[in-house]
Design a protein around this ligand. Structure first.
Ligand code: DGL
Length: 269
């Protein structure tokens, strides 16, 4: 059985495009609909109640577009609204946390794992709780890195300034001798090289976006929801503010071109 309905992917803005980029590479035949909530970004310093409301509105939009699955391509929304969304809708909904956790557990040899994320993600404890659920003897060093988001948006990802900021953020992780670090925010893979430069050589970085693609393939095949292999993987992008800034920044986040971006107004039913 195959299913050619689209996969819905959403983020607070452009960051989820790092996840979309991986998904397009691994699932070229799938139709995809991406929503970036650019009018209300950032989610990383908002309350759980608001993030749940926003995530619910976007999910309702994606369901109205006949999506067969939803991927919450935002670490903050995954941390604070995934279970809420799953309780409201019956289609498969996957976030980025679990995939990142599974990958980090595979990578670590000394059980010292670092987690980088937004304030809301770190405060929620979502990564730490999941990591300890998988393996109770894991020690987690959490660090919120709020300045990484505007640096990535501005394309200011290498050189002295991002490196100095990274040095301050990453010091507690270096001190606790982590051997694996989860990039628990969609924007951080853009700063991968700078983060590598600052961390000791043997530390591994786990990109939740990369990890989630494998999980999505597994869910689609288990539920017989894969698109036919001769299908054309069309992409539609929607934002909640003007599309021009999104299109400009998007070029730095994906390896393909994003042509038409439409503006939508979101409502909750
Ligand atoms: N997409 C968000 C995340 O992955 C980062 C940007 C924001 O704060 O909204 O946590």
């Amino acid at each position: 059985m195959t299913d050619s309905r689209p996969i819905g992917i959403f983020d607070s803005g452009v960051g989820g495009l790092t996840v979309l980029n991986q998904l397009k590479k691994q699932l070229p035949y799938e139709q995809m609909i991406y929503v970036g909530d650019t009018a209300r970004v950032p989610y990383g310093n908002k309350s759980q109640q608001l993030i749940q409301q926003y995530s619910q509105e976007i999910s309702e939009f994606l369901i109205s577009k006949n999506c067969k699955m939803i991927i919450v391509a935002c670490n903050t929304a995954s941390s604070l609204s995934l279970e809420y969304l799953r309780s409201k809708h019956s289609l498969p909904i996957e976030g980025v946390i679990e995939a990142g956790v599974e990958e980090a557990i595979k990578e670590t040899t000394n059980n010292q794992i670092g987690v980088l994320g937004t304030h809301s993600t770190i405060q929620s404890g979502a990564y730490e709780i999941k990591l300890k659920e998988y393996q109770s003897n894991i020690h987690v060093t959490n660090q919120a890195c709020p300045l990484f988001v505007p640096l990535a948006e501005e394309g200011w990802v290498e050189g002295e300034i991002p490196e100095n900021i990274a040095r301050v953020y990453l010091k507690p992780l270096i001190d606790s001798k982590v051997d694996s670090v989860i990039l628990g925010c969609t924007h951080y893979p853009i700063l991968k090289r700078t983060i590598y430069n600052v961390l000791p050589k043997d530390v591994k970085l786990v990109d939740s976006g990369e990890a989630v693609s494998q999980k999505v393939i597994q869910i689609l095949s288990e539920k017989e929801l894969m698109a036919p292999s001769d299908a054309y993987g069309h992409l539609e992008c929607f934002v909640t503010d003007l599309p021009s800034q999104f299109s400009k920044v998007a070029k730095r986040f994906v390896d393909f071109s994003i042509d038409k971006v439409k503006t939508i107004e979101l409502h909750s039913s």
